[in-house]
Design a protein around this ligand. Structure first.
Ligand SMILES: [Zn+2]
Length: 126
């Protein structure tokens, strides 16, 4: 059984996903909205899918303005979108990847998630 997984929704497409699969941005006390790579920065946070399309959609919808109740400047958006364009794929990738097609993620550590296949034993005695 999986442990409780914190879920957040992307402020652009509203899809709910595990928090760790989303990219957090944080509204700092100083004003600008920054990408929070550690997920631990102080401030009001919002989440985007790790895909450029959601960041661009978020800009179009002025989604951050709603979340932060503050106007995000075009310059600030430029920075956020630059981050997205440099580090994120253009389109969303499906969360669930078939085991056979599982791609290795560059730089990501392989985690020990060996789960034994649920052996269904139909033991019948008769
Ligand atoms: Zn999204």
């Amino acid at each position: 059984m999986p442990k409780h997984i914190p879920l957040r929704s992307c402020i652009a497409c509203r899809e709910t996903k595990p928090k760790r699969e989303l990219v957090r941005v944080v509204h700092t006390a100083e004003g600008p909205v920054e990408v929070d790579r550690t997920g631990k920065k102080n401030g009001r946070g919002a989440y985007f899918c790790p895909a450029q399309e959601c960041w661009e959609l978020g800009q179009k919808k002025r989604a951050l303005n709603h979340v932060f109740k503050a106007a995000v400047t075009p310059e600030n958006w430029d920075e956020l979108l630059r981050y997205a364009r440099e580090t994120l794929p253009e389109k969303k990738v499906p969360t669930r990847v078939p085991a056979t097609a599982a791609r290795r993620v560059k730089g990501a550590k392989t985690r020990g998630t060996a789960t034994s296949p649920a052996a269904q034993v139909a033991a019948r005695e008769g």
